[in-house]
Every structure is written in structure tokens, then in C-alpha cells.
Write a protein that binds this ligand. Structure first.
Ligand SMILES: Cc1ncc(COP(=O)(O)O)c(C=O)c1O
Length: 376
């Protein structure tokens, strides 16, 4: 079966070239290697010499132990054996579906979310049902709706926590309720947690992999650690069947990760606290800029994000999200992501964790556009 066009990625590929003000990407001010060495207090020359002397074999097939040690510390109850490195979280999500989903299965996915979570299981012939996140419920899953959707053939419930594009964060009590529903039909929960820890307040966010024996956490170096260019992610689960099946299927499409990526990711994870502290400061400063802007706008509104790097902004005039974002990109150089990429309308996604000046200037350009278009 064919896989649907990946709307967000296709939009970004097409419109990034107009970007003078990048409010499209979802990372937190990406790090260079130089910046990473500085944060890690690492001697650059020694580090590079060490990498250069390594033979470029396949490395550790199941992942570099130091990397897996660093990843396991991001969880409360997981060990190295519970981790499988992958090519980004994109590779991790794909591998979970490829390893677990059969055409006879039902898969339930929150929506809006990263399209992988519903389009890949659809491409494997599964019966995919949507669990709607709406403004009315503050973009949190509705427990009653989920209860109605689960069936005895439900294989997976897919969450994205914190959520892209809305920035909602599922409170622990609700997460436990979702786990109880999953247990009632013996379903796995796949939680895409690529923004976990990027919270607006200081409370610790538990992973589904710590809370549920059939919980599967997907994460990566891309957002929380600002190292998307490493293309390094992982699957984490205490469930041995999941780990075994993913290892088995991984032989067919990747064998192992790049040993250089694994090595650099391990260094970053040894300095996880410092990088997360840097990134929390950025996301909080940037959200306060966005929030000040939204509060002064007549035509825009949003549910303020609790976490992550994105917000979904709604507008009240009559224009499709595609037309609005096209005009803003081509006319003003403001790169946004239209709501239609998330199967929703009259809204766009802002990736707000940028350089503050770029963010302010981009928002000012949106304002200018509204005035010039007589939408006031
Ligand atoms: C929710 C979500 N999952 C997965 C990914 C892919 O991440 P990675 O760069 O680790 O492949 C993204 C990227 O934007 C994302 O937002």
C-alpha cells in the first residue's frame, strides 16, 4: 500500500527557500559542534583526533554502550538493554510500526500530530482511528472518546507528548487513565516524546516507558538537545517483545547507526543537564515574546503551549491556511506551517524557539501583512 504525502515535510521543502524569518522549523536554536564542545568543556582537537583514528566499521550493532547509558538516564526505570538507537525519531516511529502493525489491527492516533503517527500505520493497512485534540479540550485527549475507540484488536494507541503542533502536555493523571484504557484491551502505547523535558514549568514529565510495561517511548537528539543534524533517535521500552521485534526488523533497513553520530550524541548526553537548561531558557523567553504578541492581536488567538517548541495560532478571517502561509512566505519572507498540514483549518503552526530578534521581526511582518491586506 502507498504511503500518503507527508504534508508538513513537503510544505517545508517547498517553502523554506522563502524564509527570511524562520518560524517554520521546530528545533531550539541548533547547536554547532564548536558550541557543543564549549558546553561540554571538551578539547576540540583531542576529541576530533580520537574520532579520526577510529576505524569506520559498523560499530556496535545494537548501539554504542555509552550512548545507551546516556539515554537510559533520561528515564527512571530503564536500563541500556531497553534502548534501541535509530535514525532520528522519524526512524524510530517507522520501525515501531514496521515491527508491530498488521493489517488486522486497529491503531488509534491523536490528531493533530506528526503525520507519521497515522499515515504509516494506514500504509500498513491498519484500521486507523483518530483521537481528536481540540481547542475546547485544550488539545488533551478526551478519555470518553478513547474508551469508545478501543476494541479488542487495538494494537497501538499513539500519543505525542508534548504535542506538535499545539504544545499541549498530558497531565500525569490523564496519562494514567489512558494507560488503564490501553491495559483493558492489552494495547501498546507509542508515545512520541521528542519534546519531553522542554516544559514551561519545572515539573518532571514522566515517560510512558516508565509508567507502563507496554509503553514505548520514541525520542531523539533533534529537539531537546538541538542536534537534529546527527539524525540520531531511539526507541525505549521495558517490553522485551517490542525490543526483540524492533531489533529483528531493524536488520532489514539500517543494521546500525553511524558510529560518529553515536559518539557525538553520547558526549551531548553526558552534558544533558546543561543543554536542557539552555533550551528551557530559550523556549521560555521565546514563548513570552509570542504570548505578548498574541495578546495584542485582534485577529489571532491560541491555547498557550505548556511545553515543546510550537504553537497553533488561529485566525478569524476568511482565508485558507495554505493561502495565508503562501502569501506570508512569498510576500513577507515569513516561513510558517499551515494548519492543513495537520488536517485542520484557519490556523498555522509557529515554531517559536528561535533567535528572539528573528521571532519578533517575523511576528511584526505578520502584523504588517494584516494591515496591508485590509484585514484590520
Ligand atoms: C513529533 C515529532 N516526531 C518526530 C519528529 C522527527 O524527529 P527526528 O528529527 O528526530 O527524526 C519530529 C520532527 O519535527 C516531530 O515533531
Amino acid at each position: 500500500m502507498k504511503t500518503a504525502i507527508f504534508k508538513v515535510e513537503e510544505w517545508m521543502n517547498e517553502y523554506e527557500k522563502y524564509s527570511l524569518f524562520d518560524l517554520g522549523n521546530t528545533t531550539v536554536q541548533n547547536l554547532s559542534l564548536d558550541e557543543l564542545f564549549e558546553i561540554a568543556n571538551e578539547n576540540k582537537q583531542n576529541y576530533l583526533n580520537n574520532i579520526c583514528s577510529q576505524k569506520l566499521g559498523y560499530g556496535y550493532i545494537k548501539g554504542y554502550p555509552k550512548l545507551k547509558e546516556g539515554i537510559s538516564k533520561l528515564y527512571k526505570t530503564l536500563s541500556q538493554d531497553d534502548i534501541i538507537p535509530t535514525i532520528g525519531a522519524a526512524g524510530a516511529n517507522h520501525l515501531v510500526f514496521y515491527s508491530l502493525v498488521e493489517p488486522t489491527d486497529r491503531v488509534i492516533s491523536v490528531i493533530p500530530t506528526y503525520q507519521q503517527l497515522y499515515s504509516i500505520p494506514q500504509s500498513f493497512g491498519a484500521d486507523v482511528q483518530y483521537l481528536h485534540l481540540t481547542q475546547e479540550n485544550k488539545f488533551l485527549p478526551d478519555i470518553n472518546e478513547l474508551k469508545e475507540l478501543v476494541t479488542s484488536n487495538t494494537k497501538l494507541i499513539c500519543l505525542n507528548n508534548p504535542n506538535n503542533p499545539t504544545g499541549s502536555l498530558i497531565p500525569e493523571k490523564k496519562l494514567l487513565e489512558i494507560i488503564e484504557i490501553a491495559k483493558s484491551v492489552n494495547a501498546y502505547i507509542l508515545s512520541d516524546e521528542v519534546y519531553r523535558g522542554l516544559n514551561q514549568t519545572d515539573e518532571y514529565t514522566l515517560s510512558v516507558a516508565d509508567l507502563y510495561e507496554k509503553g514505548i517511548s520514541v525520542c531523539s537528539m533533534s529537539k531537546v538537545f538541538s542536534l537534529a543534524g546527527l539524525r540520531l533517535g531511539w526507541i525505549a521500552s521495558k517490553n522485551k517483545d517490542v525490543i526483540e521485534s524492533c531489533i529483528h526488523h531493524r536488520e532489514y533497513n539500517m543494521i546500525s547507526c553511524s558510529i560518529i553520530d553515536e559518539c557525538i550524541a553520547a558526549l551531548a548526553l553526558q552534558n544533558a543537564d546543561k543543554i536542557i537548561k539552555r533550551n528551557k531558557k530559550i523556549i521560555r523567553e521565546c514563548l513570552s515574546i509570542l504570548d505578548d504578541w498574541v495578546q495584542t492581536q485582534k485577529h489571532f488567538s491560541y491555547i498557550k503551549p505548556q511545553a515543546g517548541t510550537t504553537a497553533l495560532i488561529y485566525y478569524d478571517f476568511d482565508m485558507t491556511s495554505k493561502e495565508l502561509c503562501d502569501k506570508l512566505a512569498k510576500g513577507k519572507g515569513v516561513f510558517l506551517t499551515p494548519g492543513f498540514c495537520f488536517e485542520t483549518e484557519h490556523c498555522f503552526r509557529v515554531g517559536y524557539c528561535k533567535n528572539p530578534e528573528e521571532l519578533k521581526n517575523g511576528l511584526q511582518k505578520i502584523r504588517e501583512f494584516i494591515q496591508e491586506s485590509n484585514l484590520e
